[in-house]
Structure formats: structure tokens, C-alpha cells
Design a protein around this ligand. Structure first.
Ligand code: NAD
Ligand code: TYD
Length: 340
């Protein structure tokens, strides 16, 4: 395969590129927004053997000319679209880049896929398109009910990909994964924010009562599932990918503090997120029946992840720079000011 991995300099995309480049030609297209980081791909680029099968393009998936150029110059046969604006809290502050990348960008990639007769298009969607799980766990056939601009724009991309299957028989597959954790995750997200804040002796801003539930999956389990779906999935189908680790946020925060041997008084209950989904839960029977199972135990995976952030302080300190601090103030000052 020659795979175009969009968003391959981000958290999940870089893990996926590292996995696939061992067996395939990999081309990464990434805009290098605040969330993209070439450091995440450094080991591939510096490896004599792997770098021979790897190409990087800096650019926007909304740029049709560039996408067309890559498709023909690199002879792409498979696209895995990770490129997205991904942080719910940022989408609440300002949604416009979410609409551009998570909807229009998907359109540009789908159109190029038709023109260049792509063999497989994987649209990386998210469990957040279902909205809150009031009870039970979502199946792939359940209606979408997104709650915030991020999940709504992802739902748009998700359904547009499906429309290209129904209308043009473009060989697309949609995946909806639960919350990922692991090395190289941007410290704006819950788990790395809490780990790095705890290391820096800063308060951990827990939204609302902290009793929201997330189903955590290790990023390596998620990447293995996508690899498996490329080989075994059916065109036109949707696959849920969950870790089976439903945890209250407060319990995840307390676990992080206990591993780092820090006091639980570092947690501060702050003003809740607007439109906050209370609970996510996925029924993954469909993918499990095909033969995929997650392998990584949550407590072990999280311990290893915490260790990784302890060992790679320079990686996240570069990200928690002045620009990040400005963002942090905008996002959190008012939350701390009106505690829960
Ligand atoms: P991330 O924010 O770490 O990385 C996103 C990457 O996309 C960055 O490298 C960024 O530079 C790039 N990008 C953004 N806009 C672009 C554009 N217009 N053109 C080209 N590149 C662009 O995100 P992530 O956590 O790795 O998520 C990857 C994908 O997985 C996303 O589609 C997300 O919706 C989905 N997903 C994430 C999770 C999770 O828990 N992180 C769970 C389920 C699904
Ligand atoms: P996040 O990592 O933003 O992922 P998502 O909103 O896509 O699930 O948040 C995970 C959970 O953690 C979510 O319930 C919101 C909560 N959270 C906090 O309590 N404090 C924080 O500072 C952040 C970023 C998230």
C-alpha cells in the first residue's frame, strides 16, 4: 500500500504512521497547526530504513491543488484521514477552523479520492458524534446527536464520507473511537494536562463534579484496530473502537496523582464545560466479532504514559509555551474564578 496519512504529525496520526511505515509506503500531509509537531515523527525521519519509505508534506487538506498533486505524484491508493481540529473546548471558543477542516477538508479528500480512484478511504470519526450515552452503549446504527461544534463538525465529515459510498460507491470505511490516551498527546487534553500540571505543581482543573464518564483506549490499541479494519473491514461500514475502560474523570485524576505521589488537594473543581457530554460508551461487538480486541490494560497503559511524560519533559515544555499559556488563561481563568 501507499498510504496518505493526513494529520500524521498529530497525536494518533503519528503513532499510526510509525506503525504502518514498517510495512508500507507512508505519505503524511499535515498543516502543522498548533497541534501538529514534527518532533512526533522524528524517529521515522531519522531512521535510515524507515525514512526511505516516508514522505512529509506540510499543507492543508482543504487545498485541492496540493491534495491532487500528492495523489498523483505519490501514487496514493489508501487514505486515512486523521486531520482535524480536535479540542472540544477550543471549538466552543471559536468553531470556524473546525468547520473548515473537519467538514470542508473531508469533502476535498473525498473528491480527490473519486478522481484518483482510491482503493480505500478511512474516515477517522469519533464516538462523540453520538452525544451523551444516557444508558447502555452506542451501536453503529444509533442516531448521531452531537453536542458541541467539534462533534457536530466531525458528524458532518462522518456522514459526508458515508454519502460518497452510497452515491458513488467510493470505498470508504468510518471508524468511531473512544477517548485515546498515550505518549505524544497534546497537553491541552485531559490526561496529559493533568499529568503535566501535576508534575509542575499546578492545580488540576476538574470540570463540574468530575463524574463525567469517558471510555479510554490506548492509542496503540486504536492504531492496531484501524490497521485491522483496513485489512478486514467492509466498505460502507461504520466500526466503533472502544477500550472498554469507562472511568469517571475524578477517578482518572486521582489515579494520576497517586502514581505521581501528589496530594489530591491539587484537584480543583471548576466551572463546567458548556454542553458537556456526561457519558460516552461504545458497543464494539461488530469489530470484536471480526476478530479485533484491545490489548492494553488501562492502569498499566496509564502508568506507562505518566512515565513517558516524566521522561519527556522537554517535548511538552516546548508545547506549553507562551502561546499555550495565553490559551490556558483564556480557557481557564474564568473557570477557576467561578468554582463549581
Ligand atoms: P491532534 O489534534 O493531536 O492532531 C491533529 C493533526 O491534524 C495535527 O497534526 C494538525 O496539525 C493536523 N491538521 C489540523 N488541521 C489540518 C488541516 N486543515 N490540514 C492538514 N492537517 C491538519 O488530534 P488527534 O487526537 O491525533 O486526533 C486525530 C483524529 O482522531 C481526529 O480526526 C479526531 O477527531 C479523531 N479522534 C480522536 C480521539 C482522541 O481521543 N484524541 C478519539 C476519537 C477520534
Ligand atoms: P478531553 O480530553 O477534552 O476529551 P473530550 O472532551 O473530547 O472527551 O476531556 C476529557 C474529559 O475530561 C471531559 O469529560 C472533559 C474533562 N476535562 C476536565 O475535567 N478538565 C480539563 O481541563 C479538560 C481539558 C477536560
Amino acid at each position: 500500500m501507499t498510504i496518505l496519512i493526513t494529520g500524521g504529525a498529530g497525536f494518533i496520526g503519528s503513532h499510526f504512521a510509525r506503525r504502518m511505515v514498517r510495512r508500507h509506503h507512508v505519505v503524511v500531509l499535515d498543516k502543522l497547526t498548533y497541534a501538529g509537531n514534527l518532533e512526533n515523527l522524528k524517529d521515522i525521519r531519522e531512521d535510515r530504513e524507515l525514512s526511505g519509505r516516508f514522505r512529509f508534506y506540510k499543507g492543508d487538506i482543504c487545498n485541492q491543488e496540493l491534495v491532487d498533486h500528492i495523489m498523483s505524484a505519490e501514487n496514493i491508493d489508501t487514505i486515512v484521514n486523521f486531520a482535524a481540529e480536535t479540542h472540544v473546548d477550543r471549538s466552543i471558543l471559536s468553531a470556524s477552523t473546525f468547520i473548515d477542516t473537519d467538514m470542508k477538508g473531508v469533502f476535498v479528500l473525498l473528491e480527490a479520492s473519486r478522481r484518483y480512484k482510491i482503493k480505500k478511504f478511512i474516515q477517522i470519526s469519533t464516538d462523540e458524534v453520538y452525544g451523551t450515552a444516557h444508558h447502555g452503549a452506542f451501536k453503529e446504527t444509533d442516531p448521531l446527536n452531537p453536542s458541541n461544534p467539534y462533534s457536530a463538525s466531525k458528524a458532518g465529515g462522518d456522514r459526508l464520507a458515508f454519502a460518497y459510498w452510497k452515491t458513488y460507491k467510493l470505498p470508504i470505511i468510518i471508524t468511531r473511537a473512544s477517548n485515546n490516551y498515550g505518549p505524544y498527546q497534546h497537553p491541552e487534553k485531559f490526561i496529559p494536562l493533568f499529568i503535566t500540571n501535576a508534575i509542575e505543581d499546578l492545580k488540576l482543573p476538574l470540570y463540574g463534579d468530575g463524574k463525567q464518564e469517558r471510555d479510554w483506549i490506548h492509542v496503540e490499541d486504536h492504531c492496531a484496530a484501524i490497521d485491522f479494519i483496513i485489512e478486514n473491514g467492509q466498505d460502507g461500514e461504520v466500526y466503533n473502537i472502544g477500550g472498554g475502560n469507562e472511568k469517571y474523570n475524578i477517578d482518572t485524576a486521582l489515579f494520576i496523582l497517586s502514581v505521581l505521589e501528589k496530594d489530591k488537594s491539587m484537584i480543583e473543581n471548576v466551572k463546567d464545560r458548556e454542553g458537556h457530554d456526561r457519558r460516552y460508551a461504545l458497543d464494539c461487538t461488530k469489530l470484536k466479532t471480526l476478530g479485533w480486541l484491545p490489548q492494553i490494560n488501562f492502569e498499566e497503559g496509564l502508568r506507562d504514559t505518566i512515565k513517558w511524560y516524566e521522561m519527556n519533559v522537554s517535548w511538552w515544555k516546548q508545547i506549553k509555551n507562551d502561546e499555550f499559556k495565553k490559551y490556558y488563561q483564556t480557557q481557564y481563568n474564568h473557570r477557576f474564578a467561578c468554582k463549581n
